[in-house]
Design a protein around this ligand. Structure first.
Ligand code: ADP
Ligand code: MG
Length: 576
């Protein structure tokens, strides 16, 4: 047995707690959502593991979450009978947050200078600590299945916590919040978290879809009645306790699409995926076919700030008949769509499917193919019907789509019409289709130029002639732009041609007079050109007179074959 010990929080945890307590004032009510969602996760966990190890349940199979407000102690208790924690687990999960999310959260807050909105907390997965926004003391009692003793953890959020062994009969975790004065005073109409009706509303608002009953006792007072059925005025009232389930437990996605409001979708989205903003796009569909499934997908309004740096994880959750199986199902979507969040619920998925088995599941492959198709269809529609929304999308996830073009051989063709490019035409972005529609008939190729931004590209000496001839050039500012153009090779039989590569093939478009002149001048200056070439042996492949330049004296170009100049720069950088 261990005796009571006081331990220090990690430095980062301290910072985080300090923030919770002193800097965040809006929306503190979300602590309840966070604690209920943890309870629900813990029940999910034991429910799933008990499929292969029934003994875990210890005959207690009615899963539930209980809320107990207590006026006399000023405490609000949230109790679950999910998978409790062992000592090591408490220390690991609650005592220290080694989670990378915390660091990012703190950095983000520092960056922003303040915390605009509490919901950031959820996004970074530091949910448990939100309890300290409303509680002066948090006590956690927990017992893992099969353990004879429980663990008691307690902290006032001041930098240390205590941990000790304790007795606990029931399985699961009980969290007791000793509320701060301002959160239990009856004067605080909206933030009195001991008020049953306020609690009921919060559950409805944030946790209605939770699949386990969230229960609370309502005490009813009644005057005893006399023989004639009249209340006896001076008798003490009798009290009856009624257990109520506060949430409807119907998962949103099982309901009819037409009966669901945007707001309901977004509430679910925010709760499930820890976002504080509405989703940019929502896809909800029921599919009956070889595999029957319901899917609810979201495109977040913003890519996570570290989206392009971290390893790809998808945000797709699997359910079978409303029962959670697993999250981050990698196998469902191609990597370039990893920004899509959502869930798939299918009676055809097996509940005790393992990650290993998943990889070979034909059903899953089929569903994955369909999901990809319907996401791309949605994006195509957005592009054609709501351009400004699509550009918002592009701004966030364009890079992912471009990555798909060069990294995903199978999807390349389906993605080419979703690409947007800057161009010499105007400040607006253009699709390849729009570019080719504007091409003069004699133009055989699609021209592009690379550089770090618009003004850099427009300063390229190679651009001069094209500009003069009024030929539109795609501007590629992003390194992946060129990779994806290379991967495509051509669009509708028009090859891509870099303005800094080989012969620009402009004769047909412009006058051939110039070409003739160049040829003549080349002949006349043969010896000069040869002399320059000899000087530069080993540095350049060839020296030519060119009609390409207007005011610059010389420019470097790549050959007709081989890699382009900017690609060479990228490769050189990578080899450093
Ligand atoms: P997250 O839920 O995103 O993991 P939290 O800060 O909300 O982050 O919770 C931290 C961890 O503490 C959880 O991952 C879980 O392991 C553990 N935990 C919190 N609440 C409970 C609970 N009621 N039952 C079991 N474990 C819990
Ligand atoms: Mg949580």
């Amino acid at each position: 047995a261990i005796t009571k010990e006081t331990r220090e929080f990690q430095a980062e945890t301290k910072q985080l707690l300090d923030l919770m307590v002193h800097s965040i004032y809006t929306n503190r009510e979300i602590f309840l959502r966070e604690l209920i969602s943890n309870a629900s996760d813990a029940i999910d966990k034991i429910r799933f593991e008990s499929l292969t190890n029934h003994a875990l349940l210890e005959n207690e199979t009615d899963f539930e979450i209980f809320l107990i407000p207590d006026e006399t102690t000023h405490t609000l208790t949230i109790a679950d009978n999910g998978m409790g924690m062992t000592l090591d687990e408490v220390v690991e999960n609650i005592g220290t947050i080694a989670k990378s999310g915390t660091k990012s959260f703190l950095e983000k807050v520092k960056e922003a200078g303040s915390v605009a909105d509490t919901e950031l907390i959820g996004q970074f997965g530091v949910g448990f600590y939100s309890a300290f926004m409303v509680a002066e003391k948090v006590t956690l009692l927990t017992r893992a299945p099969g353990q004879s003793k429980g663990i008691k953890w307690e902290s006032t959020g001041d930098g240390t916590y205590t941990i000790e062994e304790c007795d606990k009969d029931t399985r699961g975790t009980t969290i007791v919040l000793t509320l701060k004065q301002e959160y239990h005073s009856p004067e605080h109409q909206e933030e009195n978290f001991l008020n049953r009706y306020i609690l009921q509303n919060l559950v409805k608002k944030y946790s209605d879809y939770i699949r386990y009953p969230i229960k609370m006792n309502f005490v009813k007072e009644e005057q005893p009645l006399d023989a004639e059925g009249k209340a006896i005025a001076d008798a003490p009232p009798s009290q009856t306790v009624e257990v109520c389930t506060l949430n409807s437990m119907t998962p949103l996605w099982t309901r009819n699409k037409n009966d669901i409001s945007k707001d309901e979708y977004n509430q679910l989205y925010k709760t499930l995926f820890h976002d504080w903003e509405d989703a940019l796009e929502i896809i909800h569909s029921k599919v009956e076919g070889a595999v029957e499934y319901t899917t609810l997908l979201f495109v977040p309004a913003h890519a996570p700030f570290d989206f392009y740096q971290r390893e790809a994880t998808t945000g797709i959750r699997l359910y079978s008949k409303n029962v959670f199986i697993m999250d981050n199902c990698q196998e469902l979507l191609p990597e370039y769509l990893r920004f899509v969040k959502g869930l798939v619920d299918s009676p055809d998925f097996s509940l005790n499917i393992s990650r290993e088995l998943l990889q070979h599941s034909q059903q899953l492959k089929l569903v994955g193919k369909n999901l990809e198709k319907s996401i791309l269809k949605t994006l195509e529609n957005m592009l054609s019907k709501d351009r400004s929304k699509y550009e918002k999308f592009w701004n966030e996830y364009g890079k992912a789509i471009k990555t798909g073009v060069y990294a995903d051989y199978h999807s390349r063709d389906k993605l080419k019409d979703l690409l947007l490019f800057s161009s010499s035409q105007s400040e607006e972005l253009t699709t390849l289709q729009e570019y080719t529609d504007r091409m003069p008939e004699q133009q055989k190729v699609i021209y592009y130029a690379t550089g770090k931004d618009r003004s850099a590209v427009e300063r390229l000496p190679q651009m001069e002639l094209l500009k003069e001839k009024g030929i539109e050039v795609l501007y590629l500012f992003d390194r992946v732009d060129e990779f994806s153009i290379d991967a495509l090779g051509e669009y509708k039989d028009k090859k891509f041609q870099s303005v800094s590569r080989g012969n620009l093939d402009l004769e047909d478009i412009g006058s051939s007079e110039i070409q003739k002149e160049v040829q003549e001048l080349s002949k006349e200056n043969e010896s000069l050109i040869k002399a320059i070439k000899d000087q530069l042996t080993g540095k350049v492949a060839d020296v030519k007179l060119s009609s390409r330049l207007k005011s610059s004296a010389v420019c470097l170009v790549s050959g007709d074959t081989g890699i382009s100049l900017s690609m060479e720069q990228i490769l050189a950088e990578m080899n450093k």
